[in-house]
Design a protein. Structure first.
Ligand SMILES: Cc1cc2nc3c(=O)[nH]c(=O)nc-3n(C[C@H](O)[C@H](O)[C@H](O)COP(=O)(O)OP(=O)(O)OC[C@H]3O[C@@H](n4cnc5c(N)ncnc54)[C@H](O)[C@@H]3O)c2cc1C
Length: 811
């Protein structure tokens, strides 16, 4: 065994072997993998081996497409068969809603370059004659789906890695990880120690235990999962004989089962409602290649429906029942990347679909380690997406919810209930009393909209306009015609202090730093010139900057800041979290409300657009920014939580004369749409350049050098490839949700990033990306957007439909 290596990958399941292979492929050869037992000894060996491209997140879907495409390459390099059966997969919808969901997935596949086809049930039956078509309304075929041999595939990765120079030590359990002061690791194993620059936790069922070795509680939990293997089924044999191919794989949304051919019979697996976590606190090191006791009673409701939908099962003998554990995260996507705050400790775990995702996970992680950037948009898998609030018991509740919803559709206005409410602001009860429908924003309860008296505060989930429509409209009109107040505690807030703070921020951000008392809006780029952040920065006084950004990206951003933080102690960064909460007032009467609460002069001359001030508001020490995301005259007022109730009450009292209303996030998002404002994680993501995203005004190439400047200069010179554009959509009873394909002259040319109804200007709007050459085609209806299976005309609109000159916010 080597005594030192550049990387030690811990865990020889499909994910660890993929990471090892991809590291060698990316050019790092001094890499080793250590496995406790023999390869595949965790959840890998007893997997059902199915693979699919479908995923709710288009970027993960792309990586799944990559994984599935990789198997031929692996077989070629290693000479090891993966046991591939590319049978194709059918997803069966039993209701109109589920069919709508399939139509949207089908539309998305068009811009992802995935091969999917919507089928009638008669067409579906030709591919799998075992189904009873009267129970379904339609289907989607994904040609890339299939299944493989889990052991063969893992060994194909391992052999390919070895051919490229990697070494693998089996029967070598890691018992301890010791961090040296230079950031490298002593990996202590039962067979000796290895000194490594980097370690990667691919511990699968033991990922939590490997996390705990470095003081980390990873939000990962294993669930029991059962599948049945049948004896020979004559109908399957007859189909194979007649058509010379296997029956097509099936996912049945209603019965929550998957089913595929296995030799001359079938495999049928369930995602049951009555699900069970496995080893909720700790996975024993003694757990070997064992199976768990099956419990058919728990899956009886699924089997009952399955037997009705696929009657041949009623006569089929059951050869084996497999019950095995595998891991999930609270949102079902993997945990990948460098762990914030622990140098050179990487994770690739919580992978619930190792044979759909393992390749993409390995590719992204290896590029991240070798090049400093994953090379894709991997936000949906980034380990930094969960905050400290994702505790073990939170994870337990969310994973059970996620498991039992594996084949459920999630509506765009659907808030999932498990583990809520968790964090609340001091206004929570008051907001609820006022009819707030709450949403979860990075663990914090945040008002979405307000049901007036007599209206039930509840969303009717739908892909179309729903029961909140008229109430959100009233909130938007109330704000734009007078004044509205909303909670903004869910923003990320940071404080940067110290003599080096300004230079530090200026090196990271693309815009000039503000003068004292002023605010700058600024993107942040990575060295490739891609957008990795978008912030509001205010300089309150010398050496003191406040910054606001996306709450969901707090740990993602902190990881970046800490990477560049000077070691001389000249900059201090604080994440303020719920230590700072906020209320925003907006609308033409908002200045009157503010003035009534302070003896400071807040006239337009004294307190200008983009000013920041520390002020006493209604006896509360506050920091006030003269900006709002509504694009209207408005203010963000930031206070410590103990002042928030008083502040809200005083604002409401002062606003009474102006008919003040309280509005929620949905009204705020509607108002930003009619201003063409982009939003982080939708329009602004690490796959877009700053100029592509139309952030030109905030990228100052003439200031000091900043990270990504060279790439930004090059993008400015060549114009990049894409353009963010805003559309007016000729919609019916549904608005875009995001991820719909954009067509031009009948061809898919781009995708929607977000949209909705802009209530004040009364237009259905969308934002998205198209090739830059097409962004100048302003003719009416030049584009089309596929909206729940219907083609809708869309027209680029250059100027924001609300207040195009920005008079309201500056006035
Ligand atoms: C019944 C069942 C059916 C499934 N069906 C499918 C399917 O159809 N399609 C699909 O894509 N996925 C399926 N899965 C899920 C799939 O098995 C997992 O996604 C995959 O196995 C995850 O691989 P992994 O490498 O992350 O974890 P594991 O396979 O758990 O590998 C982790 C490895 O790390 C090793 N290890 C842990 N700690 C240490 C240590 N301290 N030192 C050294 N080594 C250590 C372990 O021994 C183990 O070999 C199924 C799972 C089950 C249980």
């Amino acid at each position: 065994m080597k005594s030192s290596a550049q990387v030690v990958v811990i865990g020889g399941g499909v994910v660890g072997c993929s990471v090892l292979y991809h590291l060698t492929k990316a050019g790092w050869k001094d890499v080793v993998l250590v496995e406790r037992d023999i390869l595949t000894s965790g959840s890998t060996w007893h997997a059902a081996g199915g693979f699919h491209t479908l995923n709710g997140d288009p970027n993960v879907a792309k990586l799944q497409g990559y994984t599935i495409g990789l198997y031929d390459e692996l077989e070629k390099i290693s000479g090891q068969a993966c046991g591939l059966h590319r049978s194709g997969g059918l997803i069966l919808a039993d209701t109109k809603d589920r069919m709508d969901w399939l139509k949207m997935a089908h539309a998305r596949a068009k811009y992802l370059g995935l091969e999917c086809e919507l089928l009638t049930m008669a067409e579906a039956k030709k591919l799998n004659p075992l189904l009873e078509e009267q129970y379904f309304v339609g289907a989607m075929l994904d040609a890339a789906d299939g299944n493989l041999d889990p052991e063969g595939t893992t060994h194909a990765y391992a052999k390919s890695a070895r051919i490229n120079g990697a070494e693998i030590y089996q029967g070598t359990r890691v018992t301890e990880l010791v961090h040296r002061t230079d950031g490298s690791w002593d990996v202590i194993t039962e067979k000796g120690n290895i000194h490594a620059e980097h370690v990667v936790n691919c511990g699968g069922l033991w990922a939590r235990e490997l996390g705990r070795m470095v003081g980390l509680e990873l939000p990962v939990l294993a669930m029991e999962h059962m599948y049945l293997v049948t004896e020979e089924i004559p109908e399957v044999v007859a189909f194979n004989k007649e058509f010379g191919k296997e029956v097509t794989h099936i996912i049945d949304f209603k019965a929550e089962i998957y089913m595929r051919q296995e030799r001359t019979g079938l495999v049928l697996g369930t995602y049951e409602q009555d699900c069970r976590p496995w080893q909720p606190r700790q996975t024993p090191w003694t757990f070997g290649r064992e199976l768990l006791q099956p419990d058919l009673d728990r899956i009886a409701p699924n089997l009952e429906l399955g037997y009705k939908h696929f009657p041949v099962l009623q006569k089929a003998g059951i050869k084996r029942v497999i019950n095995g554990p595998f891991t999930f995260t609270p949102d079902g996507n993997p945990l990948v990347g460098p762990v914030p705050g622990i140098k050179n400790y990487w994770v690739a775990c919580g992978v619930m679909a190792g044979f759909s995702q393992g390749g993409g996970v390995g590719l992204a992680l290896s590029q991240w380690m070798v090049n400093g950037d994953p090379g894709f948009d991997v936000w949906a898998m980034d380990v930094a997406r969960f905050g400290e609030w994702a505790t073990r018991s939170y994870t337990n509740e969310k994973v059970r919810e996620n498991y039992s919803r594996r084949f459920s559709i999630r509506f765009p206005n659907e808030e999932l209930p498990a583990a809520r409410p968790q964090q609340t602001t001091p206004l929570y009860d008051i907001m609820r009393e006022q009819g707030a429908v709450m949403g979860d924003s990075w663990g914090l309860e945040t008002p979405l909209w307000f049901a007036p008296k007599g209206v039930e505060p509840k969303d009717i989930v739908s892909f179309r306009r729903s029961n909140d429509f008229k109430h959100v409209k009233a909130e938007v009109h109330g704000t734009r015609n007078g004044v509205g107040v909303t909670e903004i505690a869910n923003f990320a807030k940071y404080r940067f202090t110290g003599p080096g703070a300004e230079a530090f921020l200026s090196r990271l951000m693309t815009n000039k730093m503000p003068k004292t008392g002023r605010i700058s809006l600024t993107p942040m780029l990575n060295p490739n010139g891609k957008l990795i952040g978008d912030f509001t920065i205010g300089k309150l006084k010398d050496e003191t900057f406040y910054m606001w950004g996306s709450s969901q990206a707090q740990r993602y951003h902190m990881r970046w800041f800490e990477k560049y933080l000077p070691v001389d102690g000249s900059v201090k960064i604080e994440r303020l979290d719920m230590g700072m909460v906020g209320l925003s007032i907006a609308g033409p009467k908002s200045r009157d409300v503010l003035q009534a609460l302070t003896d400071e002069d807040v006239s337009n001359a004294a307190f200008k657009f983009m000013d920041i001030r520390a002020m006493d508001i209604a006896n509360c020490p506050a920091i006030i920014n003269r900006v709002t995301y509504t694009g209207d005259l408005g203010y963000e007022i930031w206070v410590a939580p103990e002042y928030q109730r008083r502040l809200y009450e005083k604002i409401m009292a002062a606003g009474k004369a102006h008919g003040i209303i309280t509005f929620g996030m949905r009204a705020l998002l509607s108002m930003r749409l009619e201003k063409n404002f982009p939003t982080w994680f939708r329009e602004l993501r690490p796959i877009y350049g700053g100029f592509e995203a139309g952030m030109d005004r905030f990228i100052d190439l003439t200031k000091n050098d900043f990270i990504g400047r060279d790439a930004a200069m090059e993008e400015k010179r060549n114009g990049g490839k894409l353009r963010r554009v805003s559309f007016i959509v000729d919609a019916g009873d549904a608005d875009v949700l995001g991820d719909e394909p954009i067509f031009h002259k009948g061809k898919v040319v781009g995708w929607v990033t977000s949209g909705g109804y802009a209530h004040y200007v009364e237009k259905s709007m969308a934002q998205g990306y198209v090739p830059k050459e097409l962004a100048s085609d302003l003719s009416a209806g030049a584009f089309e957007i596929e909206l729940i299976g219907e083609m809708r005309k869309a027209t680029i609109n250059v100027d924001p439909p609300f207040d195009p000159e920005g008079r309201r916010m500056r006035g």
